[in-house]
Ligand binder design. Structure first.
Ligand code: FES
Ligand SMILES: [Fe+2]
Length: 347
């Protein structure tokens, strides 16, 4: 079966960003979108292009669930159909002279996110993959902090960064980990279009915020995961009760711009509410450091092309690249052979 990046669902907004009368301009897989809610509150995504004389609908307004072009005032309904043309006079009944419509895309709302799929109705593929389910989102006892950041780099290099341990020492000095030349064992496997890396013998290398994440100093079990085509999830288990997931959805805007929606979800009991501002501040600080690191990488790749020299610890990236590479070639990565490697490294 063939597969393309268009077969997947991509986040275009937080549900709470898309309130009534809001018009959002977005770019996903190089397609310009106008996003708003129809009269019933369902999210709508249309190509951000007025079919009349090609102004941008996202510069217009929404009235009663219809978006109005800023140029000559044509109005489009939730299906992309032209519902009103001011120059044609008052509308009598529902009898448009010709069927006129903008390109429209399917939307979904799940876990407080609005998703879009960049497939037109007639080219819809038989592959049906639901949006990724965000772990423990709004589950009792759990709290989620959600942040959005733009990276000047590809989805592949962003995803690779979010599950890359060796960079943490140099990119996030003192915040996240400190260099101790500690030995770590990792098992990485590629199964069914996802990659899982598990780490053992990891205790207190969480830097200055281990007092909060792991005050009892339990052995940490830590798992990094990648799910095709664009989700990474980092899971920390600290003792019997404390768990934390950092889940990122990397949305391809253009070839080298990626909008990343990150959820930090944790169950610290009574600490949950108190911890939120601190978790947000720390997450944002760490991510800004990654944004800067990935900008440097992309600048160099733009100049010299992408040629990597790998070590065994980069196995995780090689697997991620094999999955994204398969989709780029129209193939279903779930057909790639299962593979597992054990790696020892030092941080
Ligand atoms: S260009 Fe949009 S109404 Fe004319
Ligand atoms: Fe990082």
């Amino acid at each position: 079966m063939t597969m393309t990046f268009q077969d997947f669902w991509y986040v275009v907004a937080l549900s709470e960003q898309l309130i009534r009368k809001t018009v959002l301009a977005r770019s996903v897989l190089d397609e310009w979108l106008v996003v708003f809610r129809d009269e019933r509150g369902k999210p709508v995504a249309l190509q951000d292009r007025c079919i009349h004389r090609n102004s941008r609908l996202s510069a217009g307004q929404v009235t009663r669930g219809k978006v109005q072009c800023p140029y000559h005032g044509w109005q489009y309904d939730g299906k992309g159909k032209v519902a009103y043309v001011p120059a044609e006079g008052p509308v009598k009944g529902h009898c448009p002279k010709v069927s006129r419509r903008a390109v429209s895309y399917p939307t979904k709302e799940q876990d407080g996110y609005v998703y879009v799929q960049i497939t037109s109705e007639n080219s819809r593929s038989p592959v049906s993959i639901s949006p990724f389910s965000m772990p423990y989102y709004q589950a009792p006892g759990w709290e989620t902090v959600r942040v959005i950041n733009r990276f000047q780099n590809t989805v592949t290099n962003c995803a690779e960064n979010f599950i890359d341990i060796p960079h943490t020492v140099s990119v996030h000095p003192g915040i996240f980990r400190s260099a101790k030349q500690q030995q770590l064992n990792m098992t990485v496997s590629r199964v069914e279009g996802s990659v899982t890396a598990t780490y053992r013998q990891e205790t207190n290398n969480l830097g200055w915020f281990s007092w909060f994440l792991n005050p009892q100093g339990y052995e940490i079990s830590h798992t990094d995961r990648f799910y095709m085509p664009n989700v990474t999830s980092v899971e920390y288990n600290m003792g019997p009760t404390r768990r934390c997931f950092i889940t990122s959805q990397s949305v391809p805007e253009t070839k080298d711009s990626t909008l990343v929606y990150t959820d930090v979800t944790f169950n610290y009991g009574l600490w949950n509410k108190l911890a939120s501002p601190f978790v947000r501040w720390t997450a944002q600080r760490i991510i800004h450091q990654d944004v800067a690191a990935l900008k440097l990488q992309q600048e160099t790749i733009t100049k010299y092309g992408e040629q990597f020299a790998h070590t065994p610890v980069d196995a995780i990236h090689v697997f991620v690249e094999s999955i994204r590479g398969a989709i780029a070639n129209g193939k279903d990565p779930r057909n790639l052979p299962d593979k597992t490697v054990d790696v020892t490294f030092w941080i």
